[in-house]
Write a protein that binds this ligand. Structure first.
Ligand SMILES: Nc1nc2c(ncn2[C@@H]2O[C@H](COP(=O)(O)OP(=O)(O)O)[C@@H](O)[C@H]2O)c(=O)[nH]1
Ligand SMILES: [Mg+2]
Length: 173
């Protein structure tokens, strides 16, 4: 990872943010779920409580934390028919966006729906389909966080074709 690159994970309560972080560090999932109560800085990742994204009262904290990061991972649970991201949510944070679909392994997962919800949130950027349980898609996240620009991320997606990785660009922008 280039020295200063760091990603903040945003998403609703129970979206799978902390389990994603653990998977990115190659760790087994915790047998007991532990609720994330505050910002957790670990190596190149900043994990956040779901309340941060769900409650606008915390937006100041998100904005303050965004000064210390280069990328935002917008996490959408594939088993959740709802999103907590307002349309264009990522445009409010001037950092490189990466959409992450979590829980792709779940029997009730609807990956197309999750991708659709992320497209509205991130407007433009890579979208990765992942499962922390099967580890699918996890390995493409670090190289995306190593990219220094949206163009570099697009190039990475083009050069590394995978069914877990797409680059979304709104035709109108
Ligand atoms: N099936 C499945 N469940 C997951 C996955 N990742 C997380 N979960 C479950 O989703 C719940 C919330 O996970 P957690 O990481 O704590 O969510 P957070 O609140 O966003 O940090 C837990 O019960 C996890 O076991 C996954 O990849 N697949
Ligand atoms: Mg958590």
């Amino acid at each position: 990872m280039p020295l200063k690159n760091r990603a903040m994970i945003l998403g609703g309560i129970d979206a799978g943010k902390t389990t994603l972080k653990e998977a990115l560090f190659g760790r087994e999932r915790q047998p007991k779920k532990i609720k994330t109560q505050s910002l957790i800085y670990e190596d190149w990742i900043v994990d956040t409580p779901g309340e941060y994204t769900e409650n606008p009262l915390h937006y100041r904290s998100i904005m303050a934390t965004s000064l210390e990061i280069t990328h935002v991972l917008f996490v959408q649970d594939a088993t959740n028919e709802k999103t907590i991201f307002a349309p264009g949510f990522s445009l409010g944070i001037n950092k490189l966006p990466i959409g992450i679909v979590t829980k792709a392994d779940a029997s009730e997962a609807n990956i197309e729906r999750a991708i659709h919800l992320l497209k509205k949130a991130i407007v433009k950027g890579p979208i990765v389909i992942t499962s922390a349980y099967t580890e699918e898609g996890i390995d493409v996240i670090p190289p995306l966080v190593e990219c220094q620009s949206i163009d570099e991320m697009r190039e990475y997606v083009t050069k590394n074709p995978s069914e877990n990785l797409i680059f979304y660009e709104n035709a109108k922008t």
